[in-house]
Design a protein around this ligand. Sequence first.
Ligand code: HAM
Length: 447
Amino acid sequence: MQFTTLPGFRDFYPDLCSRKVHIFDTWRKSAQSFNFLEYDAPILEPLDLYIEKSGSEITGQLFNFQDRGDRSVALRPELTPSLARMVGAKANSLKRPIKWFNIGENFRYERPQKGRLRSFYQFNADIFGESGPAADAELISLLGNTLQAFGLKDSDFTIRLSDRDIWLLILSSEGIHGADATLVLGIIDKMERSDRSQSIKLLSGVLNNGAEDFMIMIEKIMSIRDFASLRDLLLNLKLDSVRAEQAKLRISQWDDLLSLLSNTCVSNSLQIDLSIVRGLAYYTGFVFEAFESGGKGRALAGGGRYDSLVQKLGGPEMPATGFAMGDVTLSNLLEDSDLLDDICVKSPDFIVIIAASDISNEALKDTTMLRSLGYSVEYPLKLSSVSKQLKEANRVGATIALIYGTENQISNNVIVRDLKNKVEHVFARELLSELPKDWLANGITAK
Ligand code: HAM
């Protein structure tokens, strides 16, 4: 019987794995350029960590089971609850602002489809301890910087920016509060992917007769694309005096955020779009998602503020904001944009070719020395003719062949063959430790 992977899981053969490594390296470099520190967390967590904290959308997709100690556990569907727990546990000793990133695997029992799998990797970046828009701006610009680091142009993607605080103010002006407001936000979150009449039907569960008019109002709000219209909307809401003050404060925070972002690499990619409300239960203020510009695929990344999660998980009060970018939609976009064509398995610096078995010990000693210097060296696992070995050298794409034991060659010498330029020279083996850097950079010149 032949086994295959489970649905929604992937095998990474070396060519595909080299693309994965390229994506991870680019994520890591981008995060480090913003001075984020790398952390890690367990893949298996107590089930309770996700119940209610992530919301029903994710808890319905958990890979969960009882372990042998009869604990209810789950493979992590996302990293944010683990991170909030970690930060909460050491909140007093951590220097703020806490700017951390992680690259890791997550599991969701979703229906596998384009852009959605059951196992996928995420790049998570989060900031704790900073409640002002500067933290949101830092993350949104890290998101844009990361996409551009793969070679995407700012016109290739859109970062849609929204605000759950504004929605709560809008809903409160309509007399919708608490659990009803959460319900309506859940319906708005799914509107893009659902039928209009279905959304109205769901809204009527909260609004009775007013659902149709409410839908028309929501659609108008969701079509707002400029700050002036957003400000007008907020200033004209029917709010009590406390909420009216909140609305004014929010306008100035939006102003701050947009002016910060206008000085970053995302200034041309940003779009105000209140149709983004995010499906996860813990979000509080600014929220955002990144999409391919054509808007075809699922989100490339998503995130936002979650100022109460640390406290909900037993930690102190701690403002937080962050995002995660997934590898599946990103790889699809990079492939479609021909930005992964040059990413392939790495070739060795040197390949060793042995013409006579009595010199294989010397060849292995030199191989060991070069490997200890950090070069990658392919050493033959079994002997064959020199022509076969040279063919193999070309197949693996080595830069330089080191040929041992050909006729007229004394054991203290090695033939160094530049496989690209097809030139070769005889060198004393003792020079091997000094010359490789120069050979690899400039090709071989006789010594
Ligand atoms: P999320 O929107 O659930 O947010 O996921 C973020 C990204 O992970 C998505 O935009 C997508 O690229 C990728 N992703 C999610 N589910 C799948 C899937 N089944 N298959 C492939 N890719 C997927 C979160 O996970 C939040 N915890 C992000 C966050 C961090 N918020 C604050 N900090």
